[in-house]
Structures are given as structure tokens and as C-alpha cells.
Design a protein around this ligand. Structure first.
Ligand SMILES: [Fe+2]
Ligand SMILES: [Fe+2]
Length: 466
């Protein structure tokens, strides 16, 4: 038998998925269409036993997640599209909570569907929706609560602090190891835990921090960026908090072996000579050795050693170092490889000296899918960062220029964009546009025309994202 908590989580996910199916089919067909009716029927048979045992079912949007009766529903790859779809539809309507208060009938669901669809033409969609649901006894709804502007800047500060705290921590680790001090795994875990917590709350902001690439001390920022990306990917893959924290930790340590590479080689502004490459290529081996020397050898430090050793080996095992005994790349290594390549390619200071635009880096990575990179994990990664990742400079068909500010998991090519140059070519203080916004006749209001190179336009990402 399945663990009861696991079982509950599966049912919760199923419920979210089922309600998404109902709304989705209702958007394409009339509410009395067979497809809609059968979806509604399935939903009813899924939710009623739940209502019976719990007394009430409350589905609430909290940040980027659904909560059912105050428990966060895990994201699952299987239902990824439907989850993202439903999240977007809730937000589009300013809908925060749907409460099922008693055993529901097909009539209840019909009313909910009609309100859900019928409110779309109204200015205040939530108001319209609640009006349409006035007669509903078993279902009620509540408006989505928004974080105020002021709170917003406070959150930014906390995110920034968490990020920079992790960077200075990684810096500290290296100097401690170099001076022969032992590194405490416990303390490292706490630092990563604070990033995991932050990511659950403020995924987009924390991911935004990784998009700023012109920091000094790139090596340390790189470790933290890879850790954040790995945490986010692990989270998308529905790994539990313990596993995500462990993954974040091994990702943070993946380049530990770089400390043995002489700084003049590591920071060399031009390409490496053959001898220099030979030295750099030893860092996975040195990293594994260093990981095993961490204080309190445990499972996590062994995993850190494995990942440090394997992170340039690639999915097809044809990278470096030559590994005679490895049959298959470790799961964590496959994740870290993706995050590492992405961050390295989009940064100026690692190996390739010219940074790639995020969308270009992704297309290089797509070419590596199935050979250097795990194809399934890469798909989830791209879905996560979006076709135009945060920080991409874009030129819109409306002739406005802006930076991608927030990914849209449902429409990868329709992120939220912070406009910095208006259609008259004037620099503006920045206003945010949602490219998934449609006009009355159902056409998208704005679209991306092309991506641009921020270096060419002298745009400092940090200025806008911090
Ligand atoms: Fe590396
Ligand atoms: Fe790296």
C-alpha cells in the first residue's frame, strides 16, 4: 500500500489536473458539449469523496503554487501543462480561492464553468465571476491577494540578501579549505536551505538574480547560480525538499576543484593553451577529492564528490575525465550538467569569453540534447526558464525594447517584459507588459520580434533586475 501522505498528494495533483481539464474543454466547446460533460463528471467523482472525508475542499493560489486545504500541491512533470494553464487562468481572473463546501452536483460545476468563461469580457473579471456564481450554494470564490508594491521591494531586498549571502559563503568556503580548515556540511546545508525556501516563495526573483552576469568574482556567483538553477529544476521535477536541498548543495560544490587551478590560468582573458587546458580539465577530479575531505563524511558529501567528478562527463560519458567504470551519469550530475552549461554559456568569464544570449544558449543546448545532455531533463529545464529566459533583451513588434522579467510557463514565447525603451525610441523608467495579453478579438496585443545583444546596447541588467 502507498504511504497515506503520498496517496493524498497524488489525489491532490489529480484534482488540480482534473479541474484544469474541465475549464480547458469548456474554453473550446460549449458548456453542454459531451467533452465538457464527461470532464465535469470525472472531476465530480474525484472531488466528492475528498469533500466527504475533509468536509470542505479549498483550492488556493499561493505565489506560483496551488494549495489544497492549506497544503501545497507538488508540481508534477506529468501534469505540467495543465497546472501552468490553470494557474494562468486563475491569475487572469484575479481568482485566488475556489471553495467546495458540500457534495457537488453537475449543476454546481456547470455554474462554475459558466462563470469562469462568462467573466472574460468584463473589466473586473473577478467581480463578474462572483456575480455569476451568486446562486451557488456549494461553491464560493475569493479574490487573489496581491502583495503590495511596498512589500514587493521588501521581498526584493530579502531575495538579494539570500543570494549575496550564498555568494559570500561560497567565497568563504574556498579560502577556508585553502587554509586547511574543515568545512561544516551543516552550515552549508543551512545556506542552501535558505535558497530553497526563497525559491519556493519567490522563484522568479531568485532566478532573476542568476541572470545578472557582470558580477566580480564570477566563480563564486557561478556556483550559486548553478545551485539556484538546480534547486529550481529539482523542484519542477517534484523532488521533495530534502532531495532538493541536497541537490542544491552538491550543485554549489560542483566546481570546488577549481580552487586548485592557478588563478592566472583560471582568470586568463584569452583562450587556454593545451597545457592550461590539461590543468583545467583536472578540476573534476580535484573537486571530488575535496568533497570527500569535508567535515563529517556522509551520503551528501559522497554525492557531492560524484557530481564534482561527473559534471563535465556529459550524458553520453564522452566528456572529461575519462571514466572507465561509469555506466550511466548520476541523476544529480545530469541536472547539474544542464545548469552548469547554461550558466557558463551565458556568462562572460568562463571558458568562452563572449557570453551567449540566453535564447542562443538554449538553442546550443537543444543541439546537445540526447548526446551531451539528458533530453528529458533538458525539456523540463527549457520549460522552466522559458524560450526567452529572464534577462533576455527583446525587441517587440510594437518597436518597444525591454528585458524579459518573468517567464510564462504556459506560453514560452510570451513572457512578461520590462520595457526600457518605448516605441518612440526614448529611454523610459520601465513598465511591465504581459505578452500573453489578448485584445477583444482574441489576438495577442504584443509579440517579440527578435532578441538583441545587451552588450551592444550598453544595457546593464543589474540596474533593472536588482
Ligand atoms: Fe566545472
Ligand atoms: Fe561550473
Amino acid at each position: 500500500m502507498e504511504h497515506p501522505e503520498k496517496e493524498l498528494n497524488r489525489e491532490a495533483k489529480n484534482l488540480i489536473n482534473q479541474i484544469a481539464v474541465v475549464f480547458r474543454s469548456a474554453q473550446f466547446h460549449s458548456p453542454s458539449n459531451v467533452a465538457v460533460l464527461s470532464a465535469a463528471e470525472k472531476f465530480i467523482s474525484a472531488i466528492n469523496p475528498f469533500i466527504e472525508s475533509e468536509g470542505m475542499i479549498e483550492i488556493e493560489v499561493v505565489g506560483e503554487f496551488f494549495h489544497i486545504n492549506e497544503t501545497r500541491v507538488r508540481y508534477s512533470v506529468e501534469f505540467l501543462l495543465n497546472f501552468d494553464y490553470l494557474m494562468k487562468e486563475f491569475k487572469d481572473r484575479g481568482l485566488g480561492t475556489v471553495r467546495f463546501k458540500g457534495i457537488i452536483s453537475p449543476v454546481d460545476v456547470q455554474r462554475l464553468i459558466r462563470a469562469f468563461i462568462g467573466c472574460l469580457k468584463a473589466d473586473d473579471r473577478f467581480d463578474a465571476m462572483s456575480e455569476l456564481m451568486q446562486d451557488s450554494r456549494n461553491i464560493d470564490i475569493e479574490r487573489l491577494r496581491h502583495v503590495t508594491e511596498e512589500g514587493d521591494s521588501d521581498i526584493r531586498k530579502v531575495v538579494k540578501k539570500t543570494y549575496f549571502n550564498a555568494v559570500s559563503f561560497s567565497k568563504g568556503i574556498i579560502s577556508k579549505i585553502k587554509s586547511g580548515e574543515k568545512i561544516s556540511m551543516k552550515r552549508s546545508k543551512r545556506v542552501v536551505e535558505s535558497m530553497v525556501d526563497m525559491l519556493l516563495e519567490e522563484e522568479q526573483l531568485l532566478m532573476g538574480m542568476t541572470a545578472i552576469k557582470d558580477y566580480d568574482d564570477y566563480t563564486y556567483h557561478h556556483s550559486v547560480n548553478v545551485s539556484i538553477l538546480a534547486i529550481a529544476l529539482g523542484h519542477k521535477l517534484a523532488l521533495g525538499k530534502k532531495a532538493v536541498t541536497e541537490l542544491g548543495l552538491v550543485a554549489l560544490f560542483h566546481d570546488l576543484g577549481k580552487m586548485n587551478v592557478p588563478p592566472d590560468v583560471l582568470n586568463k582573458p584569452s583562450s587556454f593553451t593545451e597545457q592550461e587546458w590539461a590543468i583545467v580539465k583536472k578540476h573534476p577530479f580535484w573537486g571530488a577529492k575535496a568533497a570527500l575531505k569535508l567535515k563529517g563524511l556522509d551520503n551528501t558529501s559522497i554525492k557531492a564528490a560524484v557530481v564534482a567528478f561527473e559534471h563535465h562527463l556529459n550524458y553520453n560519458l564522452k566528456g572529461y575525465p575519462v571514466a572507465r567504470f561509469t555506466k550511466e551519469l548520476d541523476f544529480y550530475s545530469r541536472i547539474v550538467t544542464i545548469c552548469d552549461q547554461y550558466d557558463a554559456m551565458t556568462s562572460a568569464r568562463v571558458y568562452s569569453r563572449t557570453p551567449l544570449r540566453p535564447d542562443k544558449a538554449l538553442s546550443v543546448m537543444v543541439d546537445r540534447s540526447g548526446n551531451m545532455l539528458d533530453p528529458v531533463l533538458l525539456k523540463v529545464f527549457i520549460n522552466m526558464v522559458g524560450v526567452y529566459p529572464i534577462g533576455t533583451l527583446v525587441f517587440l513588434k510594437s518597436r518597444e525594447m525591454g528585458l524579459v522579467h518573468e517567464a510564462n510557463p504556459l506560453y514560452g514565447n510570451r513572457p512578461r517584459v520590462l520595457v526600457i525603451v518605448n516605441s518612440q525610441g526614448k529611454k523610459v523608467k520601465g513598465y511591465v507588459l504581459d505578452l500573453s495579453e489578448k485584445d477583444q478579438s482574441g489576438n495577442f496585443v504584443r509579440s517579440i520580434y527578435k532578441t538583441l545583444d545587451p552588450n551592444k546596447y550598453n544595457i546593464n541588467l543589474a540596474e533593472y533586475l536588482l
